[in-house]
Design a protein around this ligand. Structure first.
Ligand code: PEP
Ligand code: MN
Length: 334
């Protein structure tokens, strides 16, 4: 349920209403916009009398939110959320270019790629330290050492880092990580989401292989219900009957998610296509349809990559894609 306040109402009356709702076990989320202030009621509102609230002098109107996701709902928070990652902003017109290898393989590898992608305009560095691999015999990542190398790259370049968590027991290793990624395979690992909800880290939440947008938003809701509202949604392709591409990029997810939610939305054209030559056209399309950012895999030597080489760009190819992405953003005036 949301209540829109009339303009210039006395704060004491608003506080009284909030206190009364709190007594009924309803938490109130206040969203102060430029033109209006929206009170979002979180909890079981079935016994709250809409007419009673609507009758108050300070209230303009009250609406029940029928969608199961509340905190992530745009009705709850009409303005775009801008996530601030140590000064690097994403959302509300701020575009993030996240780049780096699928996995951190060595100190030289990550440092070399970090400098290269930064020079091309990347704003955040990605790299997997804990890798969710289909086969247990494949490279599983450098784990804690991989995070140390990422932190070294952050120190050298100033770029905040993004890396995936697979187990809440590893959280202490992520203390200095700026953005914690929840991969597609863990989108519905609800215990992990609850633990991340207790932190104040920015969470990059990837859409699951076969999950609907509603399910993605409900997973964001799990994190938000714990008090953490720093979430970036990521469309990374879904599984369909198509076999020429690794996944099918659902670009309609971008405008749909932005309509339904105030959270920033980024697109990962690398996992969505699985083929390096498709990354540029898909990145441009994502930029044109309003994505708040892109996450692109870049490797110094894709043929020898320990993970996802076929979809990785060389630093030179990334430089070309970045230039084209900035040109598209300018052309469509986003
Ligand atoms: C990744 O970003 O390297 C990754 C494993 O992505 P996804 O969870 O989308 O497959
Ligand atoms: Mn990958």
């Amino acid at each position: 349920m949301i209540a829109v306040l009339r303009r210039d109402v006395p704060q004491a009356q608003v506080d009284n209403l909030i206190a009364w709702l709190n007594e009924q076990n309803i938490q109130v989320h206040v969203s102060k916009g430029e033109y209006q202030t929206v009170l979002g009621f979180i909890g079981d509102t079935t016994n709250i009398d809409i007419e009673l609230i609507e009758g108050l002098d300070i209230i303009q109107n009250v609406t029940r939110i029928t969608e199961p996701f509340k905190s992530a709902n745009r009705k709850f928070h009409p303005e775009n959320t801008v996530v601030d990652i140590g000064g690097v902003k994403i959302g509300g017109g701020n575009f993030a270019l996240i780049a780096g290898p699928c996995s951190v393989e060595s100190e030289e590898q990550i440092l070399g790629i970090a400098h290269a992608v930064k020079a091309s305009g990347a704003t955040l560095l990605r790299g997997g330290a804990f890798k969710p691999r289909t086969s247990p015999y494949d490279f599983q990542g450098l784990k804690a050492e991989g995070i140390d190398f990422l932190l070294e790259a952050k120190e050298e370049t100033g770029m905040p880092i993004v890396t995936e968590i697979m187990n809440a027991n590893h959280l202490s290793l992520f203390e200095n990580v700026d953005v914690i990624q929840v991969g597609a395979r863990n989108m519905q690992n609800f215990e992990l989401l609850k633990e991340l909800g207790k932190t104040n880290k920015t969470i990059l939440l990837k859409r699951g292989l076969a999950n609907t947008l509603k399910e993605l938003l409900m997973s964001a809701e799990y994190i938000m219900a714990g008090g953490n509202e720093n979430i970036i949604l990521c469309e990374r392709g879904i599984r369909t009957f198509e076999t020429y591409t690794r996944n099918t990029l659902d670009l309609s997810a971008v405008p749909m998610l932005k309509e339904l939610s105030h959270l920033p939305v980024v697109v990962d054209p690398s996992h969505a296509s699985g083929i390096s030559r498709l990354v540029k056209p898909m990145a441009l399309a994502a930029a044109a349809c309003g994505a708040d950012g892109l996450m692109i895999e870049v490797h110094n030597d894709p043929k020898r990559a320990l993970c996802d080489g076929a979809q990785s760009l060389t630093p030179e190819q990334f430089d070309d894609v970045a230039k084209a992405v900035f040109a598209v953003r300018k052309a469509v005036e986003l």
